[in-house]
Design a protein around this ligand. Structure first.
Ligand SMILES: NC(=O)c1ccc[n+]([C@@H]2O[C@H](COP(=O)([O-])OP(=O)(O)OC[C@H]3O[C@@H](n4cnc5c(N)ncnc54)[C@H](OP(=O)(O)O)[C@@H]3O)[C@@H](O)[C@H]2O)c1
Length: 255
């Protein structure tokens, strides 16, 4: 029986894989057979996640990297190529939230969020896509958000919303340019999942009450419910699908 979702022999990078959604995605890629390099700033956490991935039976490579700095990104990608010999899958997932609106947002906070959520995708893709173009194969997956297409009336998230909107159109632009090289570029737009980013900010009664009322599924996403989307975009099942944004949002974007 053929398995469209088999990632055996593939090499993946997941950024922002020291906690939250990135850990889930990295483990899911490993469970489907890929060796996985994980990038983030907290080295100890990366090492713990790497051990959990190796238990699955594939290779894991923790790489300390601040994805907002070009020199670190360049070195980290070179490390992956040196250890694994190639890169087939890139998940640009690192991100930060910011609960400020335009009226009270400081300029350095704007820069921090845009650098982490958008500039990082440009930087990591820059070094990885060169390699993917040469090998005429690649799967790039960018984590956007429901807040890339809607605003929030209950939380001031203006720079976060701007950054995730940018992720969506950067995805489409890279997809259009690189389809000719056998590279697909797609995006996953989660709504609400528990993570370090959300557990003390959005997983609070006031926000959850609004969320559960608005979201057609009347609940946040559960651990593992993003895995189907990441495996689809990482595997040959999506070879003719590029520039797409898949919202994993309990139906929020449908209303
Ligand atoms: N959770 C949700 O409901 C939700 C919804 C929509 C979209 N998202 C998106 O999902 C992605 C993951 O978020 P999460 O919810 O899993 O939050 P999280 O647990 O806080 O994870 C964020 C990850 O990004 C990494 N990171 C942040 N800044 C970095 C930098 N400069 N360089 C390298 N790594 C960096 C963090 O690692 P270090 O601190 O170790 O560097 C961490 O691994 C983000 O892009 C977020 O916007 C989340």
């Amino acid at each position: 029986m053929s398995n469209l979702f088999d990632l055996s022999g593939r090499v993946a990078i997941v950024t922002g894989a020291s906690s939250g959604i990135g850990v889930q995605m990295a483990k899911s890629l490993a469970e489907h057979g890929a060796d996985v390099a994980i990038f983030a700033r907290r080295e100890e956490k990366l090492k713990e996640v790497a051990k959990e991935i190796e238990v699955i039976g594939v290779k894991a490579l923790p790489v300390k990297c601040d994805v907002t700095h070009e020199d670190e990104v360049k070195a980290a990608v070179a490390t992956v190529l040196e250890k694994f010999g190639k890169i087939d899958i890139l998940v640009n997932n690192a991100g930060v939230a910011s609960r400020f609106g335009v009226l009270d947002l400081e300029e350095n906070e704007w820069d921090r969020v845009m650098n982490t959520n958008v500039k990082s995708i440009y930087l990591v893709s820059k070094y990885v896509a060169k390699h993917m173009i040469d090998q005429k194969y690649g799967k790039i997956i960018n984590t956007s958000s429901i807040f890339g297409i809607v605003g929030s009336a209950s939380a001031h998230l203006h720079v976060y919303e701007a950054s995730k909107g940018a992720v969506i159109n950067l995805t489409k632009g890279m997809a259009a340019s690189w389809a000719q090289y056998g590279i697909t570029v797609n995006s996953i737009g989660p709504s609400l999942f528990k993570s370090e980013m959300t557990e003390h900010t959005l997983f609070v009664d006031s926000f959850l009450k609004m969320y559960n009322a608005v979201c057609p599924s009347h609940r946040p996403g559960k651990e593992g419910e993003l895995n189907g989307a990441v495996i689809y975009f990482a595997s040959d099942a999506s070879n003719y699908t590029t520039g797409q944004i898949l919202f994993v949002d309990g139906g929020w974007s449908a209303i």
